[in-house]
Design a protein around this ligand. Structure first.
Ligand code: AHG
Ligand code: MN
Ligand code: MN
Length: 327
């Protein structure tokens, strides 16, 4: 039997070392409880009949599976218990959710269940979250925060029992769930420098729908790297963090079916792209949008705003950014 350091112990020491308050601990404890609950529901969902589709669509116009709703409700329940969250943004709620506007200290942006198409198969999905803090130096303006203003961002890959979390200027760390349902054994994640292990991850069916510069870049570069695609950002990005390379979901600009065009990209800025971009930066990587602009610099205008995303090893992302800027 091997006993390891728990996430909570790691976090307590982290907060103490950086002279931080206990408020963040209360929030993280709630997020961990929510993730364990979602993990449990996901594993037992097929038995309970929770993995089927509901007959409604979410605010993005996509099918919502019962699991998305369950995950959303679980997270909101635990966030409420903290008394520390001002407002929450969830993929599964059209409106921003006010929680503790007066006493709260944090904003949280989350995708309760990322990779819905994997649900029916019981394959990996994600719970992604980004956290920003109230303006403690003046009146709160309630503006939506850019990724560079997040204080932490992370993801659970469910049901694989992993948590990856990044803290501002304190690195990206990975934990695994143990037999007592504790996340344990912190391992610092740093993207590998050398391209030997790098992978490329994108929906290959879409390659002909990208703008010409991106299509050309793919044609010239794809043979150098191994290709992997799960169809859930959390799972695909999980691999990129340890193997290096790049995950991308470019804008879809050439599609015969106008309904399938996505000139703004598909992924959501606040609770998908900025979350992985933040984790990537803390692991030594980079992320840009379709214009080569760093994802973390984008000030959101809408909480469900979409973006194209290129995220991963710095040299690779900088290389495609030059092509994107020039196009
Ligand atoms: P969600 O299930 O939360 O709507 O997100 C799905 C996203 C993301 O996880 C994934 O990378 C991407 O959609 C997959 O899209 P395609 O099926 O078009 O490849
Ligand atoms: Mn998602
Ligand atoms: Mn989702």
């Amino acid at each position: 039997m091997e006993l390891e350091q728990t996430f909570m112990n790691f976090l307590l020491h982290h907060q103490e070392r950086h002279n931080r308050t206990y408020h963040f601990l209360i929030l993280m404890d709630a997020i961990i409880s929510a993730a364990k609950h979602i993990e449990h529901y996901y594993i037992t969902g097929a038995l309970k009949g929770n993995l089927g589709c509901t007959d409604r669509v979410n605010v993005q116009g996509e099918d919502v599976m019962q699991m998305d709703d369950i995950a959303h409700e679980i997270i909101i329940h635990y966030l409420k218990t903290t008394g520390r969250v001002i407002r929450a943004v969830s993929e599964e709620s059209k409106d921003i959710i006010p929680l503790d506007e007066k006493g709260g200290r944090y904003f949280i942006y989350f995708d309760p269940l990322d990779g819905s198409s994997n649900v029916a198969h019981g394959l990996p999905v994600g719970f992604l979250f980004g956290i920003a803090k109230r303006n403690l130096d003046g009146p709160e303006d309630f503006h939506l925060r850019a990724g560079k203003d997040y204080i932490a961002a992370g993801m659970f890959v469910i049901p694989t029992g992993t948590l990856t979390i990044a803290f501002r200027e304190a690195g990206t760390w990975r934990f695994h769930i143990d037999e007592t349902m504790n996340y344990v054994k912190p391992v610092r994640i740093i993207l590998p420098d050398t391209p030997d292990t790098w992978e490329l991850s994108f929906n290959a069916t879409n390659r002909y729908t990208y703008r010409k510069e991106v299509r050309d870049w793919v044609r010239q570069n794809e043979r150098r790297y191994t290709f992997r695609y799960l169809g859930a950002l959390a799972g695909d990005f999980h691999r990129i963090l340890t193997r290096g390379g790049m995950f991308m979901y470019p804008a879809i600009v050439n599609h015969p079916d106008p309904k399938k065009l996505r000139p703004e990209g598909k992924l959501r800025l606040m609770y998908e792209a900025s979350v992985v971009a933040f984790m990537c930066r803390e692991a030594g990587g980079h992320a840009v949008n379709e214009h080569g602009t760093p994802i973390l610099d984008i000030e959101p205008k809408d909480h469900h705003q979409r973006t194209a995303l290129y995220v991963g090893s710095k040299p690779l992302v900088e290389d495609i950014a030059r092509v994107l800027e020039g196009g």
